[in-house]
Design a protein around this ligand. Structure first.
Ligand code: PHE
Ligand code: ZN
Length: 883
């Protein structure tokens, strides 16, 4: 699961760094160049002699010619910053190999051989966190996408499936626990060392290999599958963390059950291990039978984790578990097919979380992420189709487009087919391709055949980038309502011409007088333009369109504020109701930023928004989780996204002004909501979670209109809190306001939680993301805080991602925010390229920003580009951003 991303350059090994190719000359890898690998690697035996600063790896590959590929007298084994200390063929030392860049190319006389290779690596020097590395005294691996080649020479590509047998040995003292994929088949000890042998019966690509050695303890449980297999489950953590693993374990059991019930998928080993690691580039990794997780997505208790963190743990545990079928049993033929496993698995985890909690709220959250992250990606220099055509560094393609838009594309198939037929499609897919390295085309074909859908045109969603814009007009004449739909797919880098794509739109027409509609319809817009008529309307109906966000598109329509207020109050589709609220606010903000509204116009708009919000605050049919969604203002990035060229300073100012106006107008209702929710006892059920959500939202509006009152409420909320959601929410509000309480509570928070890294991450993020006018200075000071380190990705992100997402601070007029991010990129790049490259996209938005800031952003990018040495990851992102 995604957080940040991958590698390339050698780790901290200076000799190898010098040997690295100049990234500027690195060729593009193209999807159309795919060729099957000339050799089959039926078996892989690995023998690890483990040490923190020296691990010896002996690998034995049993290979034979691949009859389905071009014949070759050589085999290319990928490497990355490693050297072979010995190479043998059929047990005999050989000299007939050469290094080609980082790869080892070996000449082979016959059709079947056994290759032996030895390498030595230094896990303690591996700051890239790809391959085998040390994390607080333990050893662990990360191999996706191309990390295995940092451990040993191997055809490190997802279409080479092999059966792995692994022997690992190491100090009993340092590494009491030895874990690998599959089943443990033997153990033993000799003096101070011990060893374990593991066998994974399921052939897998190298990116799914994993090993862990360390001083760990487990929460254990068991799960009986629908076929009666008893599976041992373990969640492994450092000793002090054991009492924060219950939620992870329960989430795992629920995931296993859900995948049986909803997708008919059963687990296929007797053992399932999860290990939590504090130094991790991403969210988690689906290695066969041995998932490795960022601690952030395992550890949770009410005192230290927010409701959002709880949901994150459940979602990511589900995601990685679901990969066992969508990813591991069926993997990807090549990395261009990444969305085959990621898009589908994201959809699966979204459906799972929806079933575990509130379906509409989950849908709204997912759409918010899509529009806040993926839409900007799709309209900027890094836009790419969900199945890209080329890359220089695959780590840069673990994107919101491949993951989240990928999920939306499959969700549309499900919407068009209906749940039952969609299930037939996925059954056929799992059946047809089990054990294979498949393509997106294989998936689409299976859904097409299994669900009986014609997806000929729909396939364009895989090849075309850009968010389609759907124009909507509704006319009324006599008793007929005529709906005209048009679509355009905007040009994106490398794709100037686009074809129309099928767009499934759920819609309903509301009768103004009764406030009801006659039923929801699904209209599929297949062409550039379509017209649909509806009869029997004596009055012009009100249109509710793209209900449940049935298609990942932008709707452009002329809709009056009065109609939006109607929908915000009455629409029976919770998503559409949320959407009406958002449109009401977004429409007004765009006008306020661009049109120089006069006071009367502004007042009228604010009055309408306040009226809709009041009905949300007072509607006792609503549950609080949903109420919270309806109360949220659109993010500044989303507002900016509506404009060709945006002025972030102005957007921020107008958005804050609207918040203040709403806080003032709704003061009474907000305080009532606050009073109602303030003393609700803690529990994890939806009612209590919802109460916490609206409580802090109300507080944020109060903070904008009556800061003194908010300081008082927030300080009390902070002190009385018996859970992290309330405490963090209060601190967030305080962090944006100048007061003695701000300093006091920030200090208290630090002192209370200084031994808990995940909570200290929050402490950094709250300050870096705060509304405080001096947030930039705070970030600079925090950079020098003794607890800050560039070596830990969570810590780096907690300070700098929060900062890059803080519109007022990041977009400071003098460009200081851009300089801070550029400095970070230059300093972090040699340490952790994958994490670094994730900081480039915020600067890459310059074309859509007003010219003064755009120039400063460009200059920051150019300064990075001019660095004498850059990782392939960062270089590719900077080059594409400068375009
Ligand atoms: N495959 C992981 C997931 O989505 C993400 C990941 C990619 C993790 C690369 C580590 C490295 O679940
Ligand atoms: Zn995934």
């Amino acid at each position: 699961m995604d957080i940040a991303r991958t590698p390339s350059n050698p780790d901290g090994n200076p000799e190898m760094a010098d040997a690295a190719v100049d990234p500027k000359n690195l060729p593009e890898i193209r999807r159309e160049d795919y060729r099957p690998f000339p050799w089959i690697v039926s078996e892989t035996r690995l023998d690890f002699d483990l040490g923190i600063d020296c691990t010896r790896v002996r690998s034995t590959l049993t290979i034979a010619r691949n009859a389905k590929a071009d014949r070759s007298s050589t085999i290319r084994l990928n490497g990355d910053g490693i050297e072979a200390t010995s190479v043998t063929v059929d047990g005999e030392p050989t000299q007939s190999w050469v290094m080609d860049g980082d790869d080892l190319v070996l000449t082979l006389p016959g059709d079947a051989h056994e290759i032996g290779i030895e390498t030595e690596i230094d896990p303690s020097a591996n700051s890239q966190l790809m391959g085998l590395y040390a994390s607080s005294g333990m050893l662990c691996t990360q191999c996706e996408a191309e990390g295995f080649r940092r451990i040993t020479f191997f055809p490190d590509r997802p279409d080479v499936l092999s059966t792995y047998s692994v022997r690992m040995s190491g100090s009993k003292d340092r590494f009491p626990v030895l874990l690998c994929n599959g089943n443990r088949v033997a153990t033993g000890e000799e003096g101070d060392t011990h060893w374990a042998e593991w066998h994974d019966p399921w052939p897998k690509p190298s990116y799914l290999f994993a090993l862990v050695a360390g001083d760990l303890v487990a929460r254990s449980a068991s799960f009986t599958t629908m076929g009666g297999r008893e599976v041992e489950l373990n969640v492994w953590v450092r000793e002090g963390d054991l009492d924060r693993t219950e939620h992870a374990m329960e989430s795992l059991k629920r995931s296993m059950k859900w995948d049986e019930e909803v997708f008919g998928r059963e687990y296929d080993l007797d053992l399932f291990n999860i290990v939590a690691v504090s130094d991790f580039n991403m969210g988690a990794m689906e290695n066969k039978g041995l998932n490795i997780f960022n601690t952030k997505y395992v550890l949770a208790d009410p005192e230290t984790a927010t409701d959002g963190d709880y949901d994150g743990v459940e979602g990511v545990i589900g995601h990685e578990y679901f990969h066992n079928w969508s990813g591991n049993r069926i993997t990807c033929r090549d990395w261009f097919q990444l969305s085959l496993k990621e898009g589908f698995t994201v959809l699966r985890d979204q459906l799972f979380s929806a079933d575990m909690g509130s379906e509409p709220v989950k849908r709204i959250e997912d759409v918010r992420i899509l529009r806040g992250v993926q839409f900007p990606e799709d309209s900027g220099p890094l836009a790419h189709p969900i199945r890209p055509d080329s890359y220089r560094e695959i780590s840069n393609f673990y994107t919101a487009t491949v993951y989240n838009k990928g999920a939306e594309v499959i969700r549309m198939m499900r919407t068009m087919a209906g749940e039952e037929r969609f299930r037939k499609g996925t059954d056929l897919y799992f059946d047809r391709h089990d054990g294979e390295a498949a393509t997106c085309e294989d998936f689409v074909k299976s859904i097409e055949d299994g669900a009986a859908l014609d997806l000929t045109r729909f396939r364009r969603w895989y090849s075309q980038a850009g968010t389609p814009r759907v124009g909507v007009t509704l006319e009324h004449e006599g008793e007929t309502a005529r709906l005209t739909l048009t679509q355009t797919v905007p040009a994106t880098p490398g794709q100037s011409e686009k074809q129309p794509m099928p767009i499934p739109l759920k819609l309903a027409l509301f009768d103004r007088a009764s406030g009801t509609h006659r039923g929801e319809e699904l209209v599929i817009l297949n062409e550039d333009r379509a017209e649909v008529t509806f009869d029997g309307f004596t009055e012009k109906p009100i249109l509710s369109i793209n209900r449940t966000f049935s298609a990942p598109v932008t709707i452009e329509r002329d809709v009056s504020r009065e109609e939006l207020v109607f929908l915000a109050e009455k629409d029976d589709d919770p998503f559409a109701r949320y959407e009406a609220m958002q449109e009401l606010m977004t429409g007004h903000l765009v006008a306020d930023v661009t049109d120089d509204l006069d006071d009367d116009e502004r007042e009228a708009a604010r009055e309408d928004i306040a009226r809709a919000m009041r009905s949300v605050l007072e509607d006792d049919q609503l549950d609080d989780l949903m109420r919270g969604e309806l109360l949220m203002m659109p993010g500044a990035t989303y507002v900016a996204e509506q404009m060709l060229v945006a002025d972030p300073g102005r957007i921020h100012a107008r958005r804050e002004a609207l918040k203040t106006a709403l806080g003032t107008r709704l003061a009474g209702s907000l305080q009532e909501v606050y009073a109602r929710t303030e003393n609700m006892p803690f529990s994890l059920d939806a009612g209590a979670k919802g109460a916490r959500k609206v409580k802090t939202l109300a507080l944020a509006y109060i903070a904008a209109s009556d800061p003194a009152k908010a300081v008082e409420l927030a300080a009390r909320q902070y002190d009385r809190a018996d859970n992290m959601t309330d405490r963090q929410g209060a601190l967030m509000v305080l962090a944006g306001l100048d007061s003695a309480e701000r300093t006091g509570k920030l200090l208290d928070f630090y002192n209370r939680y200084q031994n808990n890294a995940l909570v200290i991450d929050k402490w950094f993020a709250i300050q870096a993301g705060s509304l405080h006018p001096r947030a930039i200075e705070h970030v600079k000071a925090l950079r020098d805080h003794p607890d800050f380190t560039l070596k830990n990705p969570n810590r780096v992100r907690s300070l700098y991602m929060a900062f890059a997402a803080n519109p007022a601070a990041f977009h400071a007029e003098d460009g200081e925010g851009y300089a801070i991010i550029a400095d970070l990129i230059l300093e972090l790049d040699p340490i952790n390229a994958q994490t670094t490259a994730r900081f480039v996209p915020p600067l890459g938005r310059w074309r859509r920003i007003e010219e003064k800031r755009a120039k400063l952003m460009r200059e920051a990018l150019e300064r990075i580009a001019a660095a004498p040495k850059l990782s392939r990851d960062t270089f590719e992102q900077v080059a594409r951003s400068l375009g």
